[in-house]
Design a binder for this molecule. Structure first.
Ligand code: EPU
Length: 302
């Protein structure tokens, strides 16, 4: 989508929104797949309600991008513009046991920054790619840790109310890879309340998680992490592996040899290749186990 409306183009700088023309989502996502559109880089949280009013009243369809690490985007000219927060400096501030992080902060850096201030708890999240905002949205988790457990409050743009609100952690439901936020809500910042721990102890936990991840996941390859959620009491990766589907490919989209719930882009996979592979594997699992796997990866296909 291209923004051609003059009124919109003139208002964007007033809202401290920077427009980047013809960006490729393949370059902004860890899967390396996705077509082209315009990118709106947001420098000020406070201007978001006005920005969205402007886009909506001019019928400009928009999507909100975090770190792009859990996302599969359609190919070609995209029928929406993409908005993204620009990371402020500083992006994380520590006061006592509270770490205040902007949604655009890198999750891994947040974990290590907190560790250096002797704040732990999030060791399991090391190596989960993406931003703090994306992790919050999905309630990212690994090795028994989920970010939702540490949330004291969230600053969020509530799409239904069309305003920015501060929500207390206990008012938000954090479930397995799911939160109570509405699909169009935008995470803006978070206050995490973390337990005090000596740096060396946190570092040890971080090392263990890093090693486990290196041993079981295809880290150097283009992927969106796990494609499917684990169904209750079962492992999607194990089922796909048991069916002998590791290495199965459609075009350049391939089921990883290392972890069967990671689908990798081995070169120039298209969204269509990846979607076909997902559908195929889901069907095979359904036939054999009677379980319909639910996507963990977020798909932008219209
Ligand atoms: N397994 C296989 N073959 C495989 C992959 C896994 O047999 O190809 C077996 C393992 O041996 C293990 C079981 O399946 O017995 C579970 O595997 P693993 O420990 O790798 O965990 P997972 O359930 O596949 C989940 C999260 C990961 C997270 C890890 C570590 C989901 C969908 N995935 O994977 O999160 O990193 O646990 O905590 O919940 C993600 O969300 O994108 C993600 C990668």
């Amino acid at each position: 989508m291209r923004i051609a409306n003059r009124k919109v183009l003139e208002t964007l700088p007033e809202l401290q929104v920077e427009l980047r023309a013809r960006i490729s989502l393949a370059e902004l996502t860890s899967l390396g797949i996705g077509g082209t559109t315009e990118l709106l880089r947001i420098h000020q949280h406070d201007t978001i309600p006005e920005l969205l009013n402007l886009l909506d009243s001019n019928h400009i369809v928009h999507r909100f991008l975090g770190g792009g690490s859990n996302l599969l985007v359609m190919d070609g000219e995209l029928p929406f513009v993409v908005m993204q927060l620009v990371r402020p400096d500083p992006d994380i501030v520590i006061e006592g046991n509270i770490a205040s992080a902007d949604a655009a902060a890198d999750l891994g850096r947040t974990v290590t920054f907190c560790a250096k201030h002797n704040l732990g708890g999030m060791e399991g999240l090391i190596g989960v790619p993406g931003t703090v905002g994306g992790a919050l949205r999905m309630n990212a988790g690994a090795y028994g840790t989920q970010i939702g457990s540490y949330v004291r409050e969230v600053k969020v743009y509530r799409a239904a109310e069309r305003r920015i609100e501060i929500l207390r952690g206990e008012k938000i439901s954090f479930e397995y890879r799911h939160t109570g936020f509405a699909p169009d809500d935008m995470m803006l910042a978070v206050k995490l309340e973390l337990p005090s721990k000596p740096y060396q102890e946190i570092l040890q936990g971080i090392r263990i998680c890093n090693e486990k991840r290196r041993a079981s996941q295809p880290l150097g390859q283009k992927s969106a992490g796990c494609i499917f959620k684990n169904p209750p009491g079962a492992s999607a990766g194990r089922m796909i592996d048991e069916l002998g589907l590791k290495g199965m490919r459609i075009g350049d989209a391939r089921v990883s040899d290392r972890h069967a719930n990671f689908f990798v882009n081995e070169g120039h996979a298209s969204a269509a290749d990846m979607l076909a592979l997902i559908a195929n594997v889901r069907e095979r699992v359904h036939q054999s186990y009677g379980i319909s796997l639910e996507n963990e990866v977020v798909v932008w296909n219209a």
